[in-house]
Ligand binder design. Structure first.
Ligand code: SF4
Length: 235
């Protein structure tokens, strides 16, 4: 049996329109049925919403369950960066240059996060993520299915785009899946240790990410460069 070719922009747009208000599990099912095994993956930094997407993917496609490991059995590939450019970066700028400027912070994020993920995505036709529209101003127009121009035109699926933070936690609680332990000590977003802190009551969900930076979206570059909040939040 021949495999269906990757979708073109027209098919992606039609799918996005049809799935705009669909339940998250239906969006996950569309992605797993549309793309062949081995060409589609869930990518997450272990935020609650991303873990919920993994859970829905496992429920939709029982063949994934064969790849389970230990109790839940999810097959998780840990992506690590190339140590050589990081060693050069540290030698030139020191261990924590990210506190000094946004550009240096983005340089670090590029080496440790963006570049390793780019390499993984070159082998895929589709990736699923736990992005939500209400996380940042720049994510406000997030579609459930989109052409990922930054990664060679593969398909990017955001099944929980319409969820809020509570919906992700409710899903995990109902499924008996533990949250990342940092959620239990005041964190509302999970990131690298030097760049993430717990938030105070009433603070924005992503206020603990790069908390010393003001006036730009809290983005590492994986999902686009951070933009000034005033420009992105115009609508
Ligand atoms: S979050 Fe901080 S430590 Fe992690 S890659 Fe970005 S700048 Fe570097």
């Amino acid at each position: 049996m021949s495999l269906a070719p990757p979708p073109d922009a027209g098919e992606i747009s039609a799918a996005a329109d049809r799935l705009e208000t669909a339940p998250a599990a239906e969006i996950v099912r569309w992605a797993l049925e549309r793309f062949p095994r081995g060409r589609v993956a869930v990518v997450t930094g272990l935020q609650a919403a991303g873990v919920a997407v993994i859970d829905m993917a496992a429920a939709v496609d029982h063949a994934y369950i064969e790849e389970l490991r230990r109790e839940r059995g999810w097959r998780i590939e840990v992506v690590v960066p190339d140590p050589d450019p990081i060693a050069e970066f540290v030698a030139e700028y020191g261990l924590d240059p990210f506190y000094g400027s946004v550009q240096r912070r983005l340089d670090c994020c590029h080496l440790r996060k963006v570049a390793p993920l780019d390499e993984v995505l070159t082998g895929l036709d589709c990736w699923l993520v736990g992005l939500r529209r209400n996380q940042t101003a720049g994510r406000a127009r997030l579609r459930p299915v989109a052409v990922d121009v930054a990664h060679g035109g593969i398909t990017k699926v955001s099944p929980v785009a319409g969820w809020d933070a509570d919906a992700a936690r409710t899903h995990l609680a109902a499924r008996g899946i533990p949250l990342h332990p940092l959620y239990g000590v005041g964190y509302t977003s999970i990131g690298c240790a030097p760049c993430t802190r717990a938030v105070d009551p009433g603070e924005d969900e992503r206020a603990g990410r790069w908390w010393w930076e003001q006036g730009i979206d809290k983005e590492c570059g994986i999902h686009g460069r951070p933009v000034p909040i005033t420009a992105a939040g115009a609508d």
